[in-house]
Design a protein around this ligand. Structure first.
Ligand code: GLV
Ligand code: MN
Ligand code: MN
Length: 417
């Protein structure tokens, strides 16, 4: 009997809702929302919670050398390949409850639903929580490690600094060498499915339940440090200053103007500026900026990177400063797999849910996994498009719809094998 012959199998809504609520409380603060950055105590706590819930459901659990946490439902056939379903439990600082967490819980719920239904699929299922998707450490560290895409360059200059990386890995019970053991043979993978909140307003505005992601944007990030001279703010004439803060301010505006004028469809953001020494009465001698830019195509991303670094150099010349530009990450844009998109579409259609295809302007583990295995993503609406903020919200109904879609897509893929 085909797995998708009858009324669609659906998740246990009560169990899912209770778990979503329990999971959302871990790391939540009333003052500043979700605080589950990688290596934080709350991050460790929610990961332990995830493994506990998996064990309570009778699933096997595993933590790999990159700290990726998994729940596993094995197929009877030991040669069966594994379909991964998941996302990440880490958050940005002062983030929301749903980004990443929804996808991990959905993965767990798909496994539990398949097991409860007594189905023996021709593939093993693995719900996975990837380490450090958000980039407090490196960005998509866990999926890079699993995909075998971690480079020594990336590990040599992580965003968080070497010391934080090494001590954090040790706290997680692993090491730099351990990271390399997380690489999986792609031949053993049947694919990767990720459910995520849209994080933008498109689905809600269109009144559509499910977004089928066509591709995931690429991004680059840089630390840019201008160095001038910290001098007395009262006695140094305006024409005798080497004020690093001015370059930072001018660069922020120029990046926006350049992207708006010359890079249609791309975005760039200065997310952090730090001036030193930081006093009313001292001209800033150092300005440190964190910049990132995103594009849907590789060549566009390269041109955008070149434009930003040239703007920074021009500002250094203008204000008579030194400038140091360090690349702190590059993620290529990746299309999703047509077979995965079709499975998601078929599942949504069986559930009577409206769909639309759309690109993702946010980065995701699926973009890394797409390099080594067929990967697909589904989005559910984000209220007012708010994300990376405590007000991030997706209704329970939407979260359940998305999880049912991934369950159905999983069964559709199993049928194809
Ligand atoms: C991940 O959330 C990103 O920054 O896109
Ligand atoms: Mn995310
Ligand atoms: Mn995020």
């Amino acid at each position: 009997m085909p797995l998708t012959a009858h009324a669609p199998l659906t998740i246990d809504e009560e169990r899912f809702a209770a778990d979503l609520s329990a999971m959302s409380a871990i790391g939540w603060t009333n003052e500043s929302g979700m605080q589950r950055t990688t290596f934080s105590d709350a991050h460790a706590e929610v990961r332990t919670w995830f493994l506990d819930r998996a064990r309570a459901a009778g699933l096997r659990t595993r933590v790999d050398g990159a700290g990726n946490h998994s729940a596993i439902l094995e197929a009877a056939d030991p040669r069966a390949r594994t379909l991964l379903l998941g996302s990440h439990l880490d958050s940005v600082p002062s983030g929301g409850r749903f980004d990443g967490a929804l996808g991990v819980l959905c993965g767990l719920e798909v496994l539990r639903s398949v097991r409860d239904a007594g189905l023996d699929l021709p593939m093993s299922l693995e719900a996975i929580d990837f380490t450090d998707e958000e980039g407090a450490v490196l960005g998509t560290l866990g999926s890079w490690a699993l995909a075998g895409e971690l480079t020594s360059d990336a590990l040599a200059s992580p965003r968080c600094g070497r010391d934080v990386l090494l001590s954090g890995l040790e706290r997680m019970g692993t090491s730099e060498e351990g990271l390399l053991t997380a690489a999986r043979d792609p031949a053993g993978l049947a694919g990767f499915l990720e459910l995520h909140i849209e994080q933008g307003p498109v689905l809600e505005r269109a009144g559509v339940a499910i977004g089928i992601v066509t591709g995931i944007c690429g991004s680059v990030s840089f630390d840019i440090v201008f160095r001038g001279a910290a001098r007395h703010a009262g006695t140094t004439p305006m024409d005798a200053r080497r004020d690093a803060g001015l370059a930072a301010a001018a660069l922020m505006l120029e990046v926006r103007e350049t992207v708006t004028r010359d890079f249609a469809g791309c975005v760039a953001t200065v997310g952090d500026v730090h001036l030193e020494p930081g006093a009313y009465n001292v001209i800033p001698g150092v300005a440190d900026l964190k910049i990132e830019a995103r594009a849907q195509h590789d060549d566009e991303l390269d041109r955008l990177s070149a434009a930003i670094t040239e703007l920074a150099r021009a500002q250094a010349r203008r204000w008579d400063l030194d400038v140091h530009i360090e690349s702190t990450g590059r993620w290529s844009p990746e299309p999703t797999d047509p077979r995965m998109r079709a499975a998601i579409a078929a599942s949504a259609s069986r559930l009577g849910l409206t769909v639309m295809e759309m690109p993702s302007g946010a980065g995701h583990d699926a973009q890394v996994m797409a390099k080594v295995t067929a990967s697909g993503m589904a989005f559910v609406p984000s209220h007012h498009g708010i994300s990376h903020h405590p007000d991030e919200y997706s209704s329970l109904e939407d979260c359940i719809n998305g999880s049912n879609v991934l369950l159905g897509a999983t069964l559709a893929l199993a049928e194809e094998l």
